[in-house]
Design a protein around this ligand. Structure first.
Ligand code: PLP
Length: 410
């Protein structure tokens, strides 16, 4: 018999979304006339904007014409898109990033999942708790986690993010080599300030660590002092890789396009002590294992940076931001403590005394016919919290909010 990769056996079953689906199905079966509204989804509800659709259609026609047809594209992404990203997301904001430091991909999920391959087996990993599960599970698969006991893997460094520290991860007291930071954060909706991030950049420079900075939700930032990019922080180009996505920015969850930035300055050490460029390594990895994002999709992503595209996607994002405000206001009326929602499409609430994450889920489902996500599904520090998202339609969000506002808590 062929032996299994033993590290896969250390993965904890992800019962979160299947348990939610089972509970919702059981409720609907018992109450067939009742409408259940989901504020649990992490997927967008609004369609692609017209500027993107036009660009996709135009690119389709090019692919059907003998003179403009294209086969394999550059693994790093077409220059037209990398230049549009460099200009639109960085240079126009006064941030130094060049097109050849940008790698276009089919998703920030794949990028954050794959990037750890570049590091040695015994690097020490730090991640936030609660956490976007991909950072955790991919390091378990890679064999870096140690064994699982009492809700935690022994080989990882967890950075608790709770009400007590305002959901801002504190610097570890021990040395770590790789730090996953997600801001604005999924699931807590918290965004790190320049000052918070500067401390992490200083730590990484001092400890020769690498920060993997996931800013998939930067488009939702409303406050001026919240950085959109880690490269707004002095010194970050030497220590940070940044991951971004068109998924929640421009509705590409089904179309698939994202990118990461690996600055020329970031390096890792070889066993003999010489420095190796992380950008060169990632390029080597991508050219070996990846054949690029479809030309059609990259043209669609390019249209996000056109004047019409920008205006149109900003309007969609404003709609989701308004949903977040509606949910926050409803929670305020119930007296529940709620966080996030201001710079992120996620609202994180503290469950009332006596109700754990799952009991709160049941109450919300049976008394308000609203579905959310129990915080404990994102890590031990998520127990006693609950996530709602702003991605449903304005009408359904409004109805859900009214039902939540009518709930009574002791
Ligand atoms: N990073 C975070 C923090 C996310 O929440 C998500 C999706 O939910 C992703 C990355 C994945 O993005 P993509 O659709 O580009 O793979």
């Amino acid at each position: 018999m062929t032996a299994v990769n033993p590290h896969y056996l250390k993965l904890q079953g992800s019962y979160l979304f299947s348990t939610i689906a089972q509970k919702v199905a059981a409720y609907k079966a018992a109450h067939p006339t009742q409408e259940v509204i989901s504020l649990g989804i992490g997927d967008v509800s609004q369609p692609l904007v017209p500027a993107v659709v036009e660009a996709l259609q135009h690119a389709c026609r090019e692919m059907g014409h003998p003179e403009t047809f294209r086969g394999y594209g550059p693994e790093q992404g077409y220059a037209f898109l990398r230049q549009a990203i460099a200009q639109g997301d960085y240079i126009s904001r006064g941030i130094t990033v060049s097109a050849d430091e940008i790698f276009v991909s089919d998703g920030a999920k794949s990028d954050v999942a794959n990037f750890q391959e570049l590091f040695a087996q015994d690097v020490r990993i730090a991640l936030q708790d609660p956490v976007y599960p991909v950072y955790l599970d991919t390091n378990v698969m890679a064999g870096r986690s140690g064994t699982y006991q009492n809700g935690r893997y022994g080989g990882l460094v967890y950075l608790p993010c709770t009400h007590e520290n305002h959901f801002v991860p504190q610097l570890p007291t021990t040395h770590v080599d790789v730090i996953y930071l997600c801001s604005p954060n999924n699931p807590t909706g918290t965004a790190l300030t320049k000052n918070d991030l500067q401390q992490w950049v200083n730590y990484a420079r001092e400890h020769h660590s690498i920060i993997l900075f996931d800013s998939a939700y930067e488009a939702y930032i409303t406050q001026a002092d919240i950085p959109h990019s880690i490269y707004e922080i002095p010194g970050a180009r030497q220590v940070a890789v940044e991951f971004r996505s068109f998924s929640k920015t421009a509705g590409f969850t089904g179309t698939r396009c994202a990118y990461c930035v690996v600055p020329q300055e970031v390096s890792v050490t070889a066993p003999d002590g010489h420095l190796v460029s992380l950008r060169q390594l990632w390029l080597r990895r991508q050219t070996t294992k990846f054949n690029g994002v479809p030309y059609i999709v990259q043209r669609g992503a390019e249209a996000v940076y056109s004047p019409q595209g920008r205006t149109q996607i900003q309007e969609v994002i404003r709609g989701y931001q308004q949903n977040a405000r509606v949910i926050l206001e409803a929670l305020r009326q119930t007296g529940l403590q709620a966080y996030g929602g201001q710079n992120a499409p996620y609202i994180w609430l503290k469950t009332p005394r006596g109700l754990d994450s799952w009991s709160f889920f049941d109450k919300l489902l049976t008394e308000a016919r609203v579905v959310g996500t129990p915080g404990v599904g994102f890590g031990a520090c998520g127990e006693g919290y609950f996530r709602l998202t702003a991605f449903n339609t304005p009408q359904k969000t409004q109805t859900a909010a009214e039902r939540i506002a009518g709930l009574a808590f002791e």
